[in-house]
Write a protein that binds this ligand. Structure first.
Ligand code: F6R
Length: 615
């Protein structure tokens, strides 16, 4: 995790870096810091807290002039979040300064050696070890900074995206990457460095994404030299043109990114199927599937690997793939899969789902599956992300940047992509009738409108939120396709409001959770008309008999559940297999409003980060 930003060129670096850090706060926000070269010396300021806190501190601490600088927003791994552990870190001489996203696993051994050689350390971080290792090599071998960084990185085990500069050579920044992302924006006589392109999108649309094990020396008024860290071979920089625009990464009048992203879903889902779903022609076009159709058709099973919300989308996919395409599916937490010596065959297809495309556990699971000969297909949102590049083929969700830490539009667009794949395979395998296939295509095309309709109940949901905002616990129940929606609803509430919540298959309630139910327990039941409706009604009766408070998500026009529940929230009717795309909307809004009413930081919940690039 952590976000890094840097600038070298003809403008003032400070405003670019501060704005960039704010855009990268989704990657971590427990501390922040900046180092600027003001023409004579390094000016460094850092603090525990958010970028806003850093700005306040800088105002009374340092001058902000200079056209070279680096900045960091942290999600702590080694060393608690405090001022000293914040980045940037100086080397012992004070000549070099570094920012780092990642983990140096062998830092303790390296630190011991450096201490023996007379180095001392102020912080508990692995990063301060790395900058002193670089300094040690540079001094001992009397070599340039780039070379010293390269030699140091060859001694390092772990993951990193780093930026380093030397106050005695204030016309260059050295950057390198392994495992953590690093983009270089290439402007007119200026360069930007960042964990993703959002900090520099208004300055340039030309970007170079460093590959793993590459180091780049970026020189003012000159060029970029990229080399492979291990064998020193020169790499031809590949400059790509970015499609992203500025509005996509700003709040656009909404109070929070999360709310904006919830409201973007009709549009985002349309963008996901645009050009792929040709409902009136009865065709689904997906190059990644078309080119590999045999792999999917001959697959003995599909293994889904993912984490968090993406894992929940994988669970929905399990129901859809098995129901429509009759392919056995296993859904695995990537973090478990990678360490449990799983049985993987060459005719398994692994689908890795990840919004960010950077999740360390998912990436490791992909590498494992590939090493066993499986075909790996990625479903990612961030274009050009590591997972998108590591997989054999894939399909982007095209949801646009998701900045709020709690995933919303990523979930529904992932389900949209996975549904398209399942329908395509069902058609290819002949496991779906023509009529049913056309019905699914037509219904899928209508989902954006139905999501829009579901969003219209926002005020009513806000009212329900005001009644239950002080609950200490919540239970979410759903069956079939809507069981994963219950898990996702509970996760949304937990992560942004810090209220304890559990998701359960409704029938499992009797096997334990029912003991929790009393008049203080709100229970959110997802009870659309299609899919085990009668059974869910019975579950609701059981809750009612124990005085639990029932908030039910029902199909428009419902009466049976409505008569029993304390509150109902209507969603439009759709096919059972597509219902998660609409039933999840009220749950997102409910969590959002509760968190806002509790005055929590909705977009940046405590202890979390958007992109989990450490295991
Ligand atoms: C929850 C959430 C996380 C992510 C998880 C995986 O709202 O955002 O649970 O879903 O960290 O992230 P990606 O999809 O980027 O691999």
């Amino acid at each position: 995790m952590c976000g890094i930003v840097g600038y070298i060129g003809h403008r003032e670096a400070y405003p670019i870096i501060i704005k960039g850090l704010k855009r990268l706060e989704y990657r971590g926000y427990d501390s922040a810091g900046i180092a600027l070269y003001d023409g004579a010396d390094i000016k460094l300021s850092k603090t525990k807290g958010k970028v806003d806190d850093l700005e306040k501190r800088i105002a009374s601490e340092i001058s902000t002039t200079g056209s070279l600088g680096i900045g960091h927003t942290r999600w702590a791994t080694h060393g608690i979040p405090n001022d000293i552990n914040s980045h940037p870190h100086y080397s012992n001489s004070g000549d070099l300064v570094i920012i780092h996203n990642g983990i140096i696993e062998n830092y303790e051994a390296l630190k011991k050696e450096l201490i023996q050689r007379g180095y001392s350390f102020k912080s508990d971080t692995d990063t301060e070890v790395l900058i002193n290792l670089i300094e040690d090599i540079k001094k001992n071998e009397n070599i340039k900074l780039g070379k010293a960084v390269q030699i140091a990185l060859n001694q390092v085990i772990g993951a990193y995206a780093i930026a380093v500069f030397d106050k005695n050579k204030p016309n260059e920044i050295v950057v390198a990457k392994l495992g953590s992302p690093l983009a270089i924006g290439v402007g007119e006589d200026e360069f930007f460095i960042a964990s993703d392109a959002s900090p520099f999108i208004e300055y340039t649309k030309n970007a170079i994404y460093l590959e793993d094990e590459e180091i780049a020396v970026i020189r003012r008024h000159k060029d970029i030299k990229i080399r492979k860290i291990q064998d020193d071979s020169l790499v031809n920089p590949y400059v790509q043109e970015l499609q992203m625009n500025l509005e996509e990464i700003e709040k656009g009048g909404y109070d929070h990114f999360m709310l904006k992203e919830i409201y973007e879903q009709p549009h985002a889902i349309k963008d996901t199927y645009r050009g792929r779903l040709l409902a009136n022609k009865g065709i689904i076009k997906m190059a990644g599937i078309d080119d590999n159709i045999e792999k999917f058709q001959n697959a003995s099973r599909i293994i889904v690997v993912a984490c968090g919300t993406s894992w929940h989308a994988g669970l929905v996919a399990e129901y859809i793939f098995e129901d429509l395409a009759r392919i056995p599916v296993e859904v695995e937490y990537a973090s478990e899969f990678r360490y449990r010596n799983p049985v993987i065959h060459e005719n398994d297809v692994v689908i890795a789902i990840s919004q960010s495309g950077e999740t360390a556990d998912t990436l490791a699971a992909i590498k494992l599956a590939k090493s066993k000969g499986a075909f790996v297909f990625g479903v990612c949102n961030v274009v050009g992300s590591t997972i998108a590049r590591e997989t054999h083929a894939g399909a982007y969700t095209h949801a646009g940047p998701e900045i709020g830490v709690a995933s919303t539009k990523a979930f529904t667009t992932q389900i949209t992509v996975l549904t398209l794949i399942a329908l395509k395979l069902a058609k290819a395998k002949g496991t779906i009738s023509n009529e049913d296939y056309r019905l699914h295509l037509n219904e899928l095309a209508l989902i954006p409108e139905k999501v829009l309709e579901a969003l219209k109940h926002d005020e009513h949901i806000k009212h329900i939120a005001s009644i239950y905002k002080d609950a200490k616990n919540c239970l979410y129940l759903g069956r079939g396709f809507n069981f994963p929606v219950a898990l996702e609803g509970a996760l949304k509430l937990k992560e942004i409001s810090y209220i304890h919540a559990e998701g359960y298959p409704a029938a499992e309630m009797k096997h334990g959770p029912i003991a929790l139910i009393d008049e203080n327990m709100p229970i959110i039941v997802i009870a659309p008309k299609k899919g085990h409706y009668e059974k869910v009604v019975s579950n609701i009766e059981e809750i009612k008999a124990r005085q639990g408070k029932i908030i039910a998500v029902v199909t428009k026009g419902d009466t049976s559940v409505t008569n029993l529940a304390d509150h109902t929230i209507e969603v439009p009717e759709t096919l059972e297999s597509l219902s998660p795309l609409v039933t999840t909307i009220p749950l997102q809004l409910l969590s959002y409003h509760i968190a806002v009413m509790l005055e929590k930081n909705v977009d940046q919940p405590r202890n979390l980060a958007k992109s989990v690039t450490v295991e």
